[in-house]
Structure formats: structure tokens, C-alpha cells
Ligand binder design. Structure first.
Ligand SMILES: [Zn+2]
Length: 602
């Protein structure tokens, strides 16, 4: 075993949001040692160039400075030395997202790719990490949570940690601060949840429910080798939503009121959102952290790595996240089909689904899905949302056409055996081949149309075979996410074909739909709404204002473009049926009922 690289990170200057990172390499390369910072973090497919946050950097050996040359945007080479070489850097950390690093006087959070340099050519060597406590008032009460294996120091304390290699070192985010910590076990494996942020969380209930969800996923694919601990790191903020998966942990950001407070009962919209997020990240422990696209084995963190398979890894994970909630009894069937209706609605509302396939969306995630702008609804489709609907359609199709013999569960089990347990990467055509293989069905047309094509999915028909009625209706307005039945009188009769949102106290057109009334009237993203038909128009009153008009009416519309007033005429059109809701069919035939039971209850 080669000598471990020794890393040390300290909260060097919390007021300036600077970590100090020291890295000592026992046997630096004879030609001079090269160090590299990742350009991206696994799970978040965008070039972020973490080296941009390196504020200062130097090298030393045997008490003397060693010259350091910058090679490119992310790499440095230290001059050759005979003795151990130490790199010392100050790294700016003020990004609160799950893919960043953040340091202030109240807490320290970091992802490895943001702060740890790779030792080029020695990435396979083991790593040791000392995390030093900060010298700020109150830090004595801080606790530290991470899934990294502890070498010394008390539980939830600062200390020394170890990782098998660099790839593992950067796969364990770390949170330290005033944390609320809950613990539970799943199949004897210790799990923890560490929450930062003021909460009145009912920790007992939260742990019980998480245990239920985690157990559900374990029951599907089994315990991965070496899966001997798991940590949910949660930042409960005023507002926010997001997560990033790792092999033994995940980082989540949620709104504070998405966590169950003491005295709450039932699973409302908010708590269901949190459970879905936690379920999603946990399922990734199998699907993308162990079953991986071939191009991610290993990750090349220096540049974009393209795969057409993100719909498999994000879409299928998005399908199983909420499905696990209904299958484990945490939410009702009606609650679950409400969520499905919302997902269908999200896909229906963008005409981008007619232009971009999920395979293309996956491939171009780096430049499109992760770089969305006002035109995105017209140009791209989410491989999350549509990917989960492909998973749904495929699951129901497999169940129906094999008379219940095969389901998506069986396909996932086969993927797990073939790629998860072996560590081999899934080739680009791998998922489709396994699905056909396991089911014995010819799925070419299905995959061709749904994955590489832009046709509508056969959801209506497939849901029907499982006792679910598919409906579409018009939206009732900007807060209508779909999923629920609504009387005709509450639905829009006309629309502008644009979204209005309040930004900096102004009502601004944020997206303008291709072919819609606003686009034909010459309205552009960024225009500030002023008046419609002679009366004030705002994001707050648009839904109410439109109720007074009918399809085909032509009205004066006034906006500011920059500081210039623009007057135009807009011809209203009838609102599209872009909002889906589903209903459980009562009194179905016995075979339909048993199919529905098998699907929703495993
Ligand atoms: Zn995900």
C-alpha cells in the first residue's frame, strides 16, 4: 500500500470565507508534481471550474519554498524535490448550494471537489484528512457530520478521516456547525440525518419515516457491498430545494417547513416534497453511484463527459422516489397519482418536448439543462420529468404485456447485477438491451419513440390498463401545478402564452411560448408588463384579469422594453389543455385491480 496523501483543512478565516487546505505528498513525482482541481462535481453536470476559488497557493518542502507553475485553468506543477512536498492554498467558500463549499462564523460545509487537489498520477493512493476546528466563538458546540470513515476524534467531533483514494475522498461532503442529529438503522446499518438551520423538527418521526423509505429501496436492490453507513446532510433554509447524491451520503437543501414539526401529523404537500427528495437521493446510492454510465467509470473531472443515459439515472430515480413513498405506505394512492399528474403537467407545459429527445437532453445537459434561460421551455425537455414518465410507461407496459411476470423492478435488478455489483459501467445501449432481455419483449419501437424521439408517450393507454384514468384540462393560473381535478369555471378560458413573474418589484415576462399570443404580439422575455386593455397588468392580477375575456378578443397591451414604452395589440387564444390529473377508477375488473395493487404496493 502506498503512503497516504495527507490533507488538512481548517476554517482559516471564516469572516473572509476562506478555508486553508494543506496537502502533503510523501513521494512527489520526479519530474515535478502536478496538482489538479476538478472542473465539475459528479451528479451536477456543468463545468464549474472549482480552481477559480483558489485565492492563494504555494508549495514548500523541507522548510523551503518550492516554485509552482500554473499549467492550465485547473492545474499546477511544483518543481522536483527529493523530500515530501506540501501544497498550501487558501480557498474561497461562499456557495450555499449542495455542490459548493460555504464557510462563515456559524458553520463550515464543503464538497471535496471544491477544496481538495488531486495528486496527478497518484490518484489511487489512500488519503488521510484532518479537519481542524475553527477558532470562532461558539465553535466548541459545533458538531461535524460526514460519511467519511473516521480515524480518530469523538463521534460527530473534529478529527482525522480516511478514504481509499482521491475519488472516495471527494465523495464525502462535510458539514460542521450547530446540527440537529438523528440516528436510525436500516438492516442493522447505521444511518444518520444531520440538519443545519433553525427547526422545530420532530426528529423521532423523521427518522422513522426515513427508515421506512430506505428499507423500501433496500428491499428492491439489496445492500451494496461496503454499504456500512449512510448520512443525510440537510440544510433547512427559508426556501430552497435540491440534492446531490454520494455513495454513502447525500446533501439536501429544503425549505424549513418541509420538515415535520413537533405536533404535526399526516403527510402534507411540504413534507411529501422532503420525503421525495430524500428518497430520490437515497435511490441514487444504487442508480448512478454504483450502476454508472460507462463514461463515468472512472469520472474525468477535467472536462464535460457526455452520455445519452442521464434519463436512466435521473428519470428512473425520479420515478422510484415517489413510488417508494406509496409502496411503503407513507402516502396514499391518491397522493401518489397527484404527484404523477404534476409530473405529466411539467412535461406538457413545454413545447421543448416536441423538439428535444431525452437522449439529446441527457447528452447536452452541460450546455442546456444546466444552463436554462427564458427560451428553455420552447427548446428543451427535462430528462428528470420526461425520464420518469418513460420509466412509468415502461413499467406499466412490461407489467401488462408480460401478464405481470416482469416489471421495471426486474429490469433494475438485472442492471444492478450486471453493472452495480461488478462496478463495470453501463454502455450507452445497455439499459435498453437489458430491458428487452429480461422481458423477452421487442421494445425497440418504444425506446426509439420515447427516448430518441419526441412523440407523446402512451401514458393514457398504459395507465388505463392499471385502473387509472388520465385527464387533461386547462390551467387555473400561475400557481396551478396540476394533479388535481378542477371545475371548468375555475380553469382559464384564455391565455397570453407567456409567464409573468415578479422580479425586483416589477412584473416581468419571463418566458414567452412559441406560437402563443404574446409571441405573436411581439412580446419578449424581459419585457415589463404595464397595462392590458387600459388597466394595470401584473403577475399578481393576470389570472383574474384574463377571466373577463374570450378566445379571439384583441386588446391593447403595453410593456416597457428597457426604458422604452412599447404598445402592441394581442389576440387572446383559448388556454391549452396542458394540465394533467389522474383518477383511480372505482369498481374495476379483478385483473385490473390486481395489476394496480402489484404496481402500487409491490
Ligand atoms: Zn438525482
Amino acid at each position: 500500500m502506498s503512503t497516504a496523501h495527507r490533507y488538512r483543512i481548517s476554517a482559516h478565516d471564516p469572516a473572509a470565507h476562506l478555508f486553508e487546505v494543506r496537502l502533503t505528498v510523501a513521494n512527489p513525482g520526479p519530474e515535478g508534481q502536478v496538482f489538479a482541481m476538478p472542473a465539475w462535481i459528479p451528479g451536477s453536470y456543468m463545468i464549474r471550474d472549482y480552481a477559480r476559488n483558489v485565492v492563494s497557493i504555494r508549495a514548500e518542502s523541507d522548510g523551503l519554498d518550492v516554485p509552482l507553475a500554473k499549467l492550465d485553468k485547473s492545474r499546477w506543477r511544483a518543481a522536483p524535490v527529493q523530500k515530501p512536498l506540501t501544497l498550501v492554498a487558501e480557498i474561497y467558500a461562499y456557495d450555499l448550494s449542495v455542490r459548493g463549499a460555504h464557510l462563515d462564523a456559524t458553520h463550515a460545509y464543503f464538497n471535496g471537489p471544491c477544496v481538495f487537489f488531486a495528486v496527478e498520477g497518484q490518484e489511487d493512493a489512500p488519503c488521510e484528512l484532518e479537519i481542524a476546528p475553527p477558532e470562532v466563538p461558539g465553535a466548541a458546540e459545533w458538531r461535524l457530520a460526514t460519511s467519511m470513515r473516521r480515524k480518530d476524534g469523538p463521534p460527530y467531533g473534529f478529527g482525522t478521516f480516511e478514504a481509499r483514494d482521491y475519488a472516495e475522498l471527494i465523495d464525502h461532503p462535510v458539514e460542521a456547525g450547530n446540527l440537529s442529529i438523528g440516528e436510525f438503522e436500516v438492516r442493522g446499518i447505521p444511518h444518520a440525518i444531520a440538519i443545519r438551520g433553525k427547526t422545530r423538527v420532530d426528529m423521532g418521526r423523521l427518522c422513522h419515516d426515513l427508515e421506512t423509505v430506505c428499507e423500501r429501496h433496500m428491499a428492491l436492490l439489496g445492500v451494496p457491498d461496503g454499504f456500512d453507513r449512510y448520512v443525510f446532510l440537510v440544510y433547512a433554509a427559508g426556501n430552497g430545494y435540491g440534492g446531490l447524491e454520494h455513495r454513502w451520503s447525500s446533501s439536501l437543501v429544503c425549505a424549513r417547513d418541509n420538515l415535520p414539526a413537533r405536533g404535526d401529523d399526516g403527510v402534507g404537500d411540504a413534507y411529501r416534497t422532503f420525503l421525495g427528495l430524500a428518497s430520490h437521493e437515497y435511490f441514487h446510492s444504487w442508480n448512478v453511484k454504483r450502476i454508472k454510465p460507462a463514461v463515468f467509470t472512472p469520472y474525468d473531472l477535467s472536462a464535460e463527459t457526455h452520455t445519452g443515459l442521464l434519463w436512466v439515472f435521473e428519470g428512473i430515480t425520479s420515478y422510484y422516489d415517489d413510488l417508494a413513498l406509496v409502496r411503503s405506505g407513507l402516502i396514499t394512492e391518491n397522493s401518489y397519482i397527484e404527484l404523477l399528474g404534476r409530473t405529466v403537467t411539467r412535461v406538457l407545459r413545454g413545447s421543448g418536448r416536441l423538439k428535444q429527445s431525452v437522449a439529446a437532453s441527457s447528452f447536452d445537459a452541460w450546455i442546456k439543462f444546466y444552463k436554462q434561460d427564458a427560451n428553455s421551455p420552447n427548446a428543451i425537455v427535462s430528462y428528470y420529468a420526461k425520464g420518469s414518465l418513460i420509466a412509468l410507461a415502461l413499467d406499466l407496459k412490461l407489467r401488462y404485456e408480460t401478464q405481470g411476470r416482469v416489471s421495471l423492478d426486474d429490469v433494475m435488478k438485472a442492471c444492478w447485477e450486471r453493472w452495480g455489483q461488478t462496478g463495470e459501467g453501463m454502455p450507452e445501449e445497455g439499459f435498453e438491451a437489458v430491458a428487452a432481455d429480461v422481458s423477452g419483449l421487442d421494445l425497440d419501437d418504444f425506446f426509439h419513440a420515447s427516448v430518441r424521439g419526441t412523440g407523446e408517450l402512451p401514458l393514457d393507454a398504459m395507465l388505463h390498463t392499471h385502473g387509472i384514468q388520465y385527464h387533461v384540462r386547462a390551467s387555473s393560473g400561475s400557481s396551478d401545478k396540476g394533479g388535481q381535478k378542477l371545475e371548468n369555471s375555475k380553469q382559464r378560458s384564455v391565455w397570453l402564452g407567456a409567464t409573468l413573474a415578479e422580479t425586483s418589484g416589477k412584473s416581468v415576462f419571463t418566458s414567452v411560448m412559441n406560437g402563443g399570443p404574446a409571441e405573436r404580439a411581439g412580446i419578449a422575455p424581459g419585457d415589463e408588463a404595464v397595462a392590458l386593455d387600459g388597466l394595470l397588468l401584473s403577475s399578481g392580477n393576470v389570472d383574474k384579469r384574463l377571466k373577463a375575456y374570450r378566445d379571439g378578443e384583441e386588446l391593447d397591451l403595453v410593456v416597457f422594453r428597457g426604458d422604452e414604452l412599447v404598445s402592441t395589440r394581442i389576440r387572446l387564444a383559448s388556454a391549452p389543455l396542458d394540465t394533467c390529473y389522474l383518477e383511480l377508477v372505482e369498481d374495476v375488473e379483478l385483473d385490473v385491480e390486481s395489476r394496480r395493487m402489484a404496481w402500487l404496493h409491490g
